[in-house]
Design a protein around this ligand. Sequence first.
Ligand code: UDP
Ligand code: MG
Length: 329
Amino acid sequence: MTAQNTPTTRKLTLVIPIYNEADGLRGNLDEILRHVSELPENVRADLLIVDDGSTDSTPGIVQASCEQRSDVSLLVLNRNFGKEAAIMAGLDHVDADAVVVMDSDLQHPPTLLPKMIELWSGGADVVEAVKISRTTRSGLYRCFANVFYRFFDALTGLDLHNHSDYKLLDRKVIEAYRSLPERTRFFRGLVNWMHFPAARIPFEEPAREAGESKWGALRLLKLSWQSISSFTALPLQLVTLLGGVTFLVSLLLGAKALYDKLSGQALDGFTTVILLLLIIGSVLMFSLGLLGSYVARIYDEIKARPHYLLDRSNSRLPSMAGNESDREG
Ligand code: UDP
Ligand code: MG
């Protein structure tokens, strides 16, 4: 705490990951800052914007803001490391009593901030904003999200339906999150997994007004599989189950083949042989692929590369102590 704080003043930092958001960014930041200035007096809030390797004029726009205001800081990553790494970088560099992780496109409405702070003051260590509906998203996106969360729930026992990354985390949650050793991170899943006392605020997700969503179909698919495989090894056990089922089927077909042979009808079996080859071949390939993807995950973890690398010359961290971390290079 700094000298300007009264004993009851608490510091809140908004961590905002951004990637190629130049379109509409200035207006969005102004809107967020307007809400921040209306927060209760006992909360001293500031913004830590994490530029995730933007290739447009995004960093310049934020740097201009940093020059005008002491409550805006900027952390620039060397390249696009992904939103999870950008969140991690932000959490590594805050020195606050609580953090709110928020998107830059106003799809995480800053109007919820006072309620979040109220719930935090009431004792919740985590305050999660949960979407009421996804009506602003395409039908295909909603369908995909539903299948993913159902699957995730079935495999891991964590129900993240309609959850978002818009969360307030108390200092002790931030510290616990930083102490998790793994490199592949799924922020909303891990916060849920840590199971600190949490409160929820339902919200209608507004449509994005400027720019486009950064998640194409392939990127979403990759992220989904990464999230599942970083949380559970159950799919590997399913391979064993698949092996068991194939074994049972082969016992039946083996008995039939033997019967055909003994009763002199052995020549009829060609279709069965072809089908068997195809089925067993694809089951084997599928299982190998699944195994490979877990081996790749182990390989990534063992390499232990940093989560992100900082571009210090373009970063602007006037008020922050800078929590130097072995996660960065
Ligand atoms: N984002 C990021 N790195 C990325 C992709 C996205 O920091 O590689 C940021 C993005 O600028 C935005 C937030 O993450 O502030 C959410 O992204 P987006 O709005 O594209 O996601 P959606 O709302 O469609 O889930
Ligand atoms: Mg968005």
